[in-house]
Design a protein around this ligand. Structure first.
Ligand code: DQA
Length: 143
């Protein structure tokens, strides 16, 4: 399967950003581990701090990928446009969050993405991504 992880704003700082919430490992290191864990899948990674670029990437993925693992960061709670992009495409999207957003401030409890996503994983740190990929490969793999 061709799976793309799309990360939104500030997720490029995971590893140094609020380590008590997001842990100490950065994405470069994590991606190496993840690819080893799923040797039969092609997993790519994209991160942007810019809303429109995330939307462009979601739109591109509908033609080039089999599934998306999407952590839109704070745009999750604010971006009707990213929610619309997810609603517009046919390939499965799993929404992920490293932190348990429901245990945090009220504003983080609402997501514009969840109702259009196949599934939601949150609160498992970087393992949230791993769980999302396991779900996608188990349920949407052609072989
Ligand atoms: C996050 C949760 C969001 O509320 C926050 O704005 C982030 C990261 C997470 O992975 O836990 O940037 O999506």
């Amino acid at each position: 399967m061709q799976i793309i992880i799309i990360n939104g704003p500030n997720l490029n700082l995971v590893g140094e950003r609020e380590p008590e919430i997001y842990g100490k490992m950065g994405f470069d290191e994590f991606m190496v581990q993840l690819k080893k864990q799923f040797p039969e899948q092609t997993i790519s990674y994209y991160q942007s701090n810019i809303e429109g670029e995330i939307i462009n990437q979601i739109q591109d993925a509908r033609k080039t990928k089999d599934a998306i693992v999407l952590n839109a960061g704070a745009y999750t709670h604010t971006s009707l446009a990213i929610g619309d992009a997810v609603a517009a495409i046919q390939i499965p999207v799993v929404e992920v969050h490293m932190s348990n957003v429901f245990a945090r401030e009220e504003i983080r409890h609402h997501s514009y993405i969840s109702k259009h996503a196949k599934a939601l994983v949150c609160g498992m740190g970087l393992q949230s991504y791993e769980m999302a990929i396991r779900f996608l490969t188990t349920n949407f793999s052609a072989h």
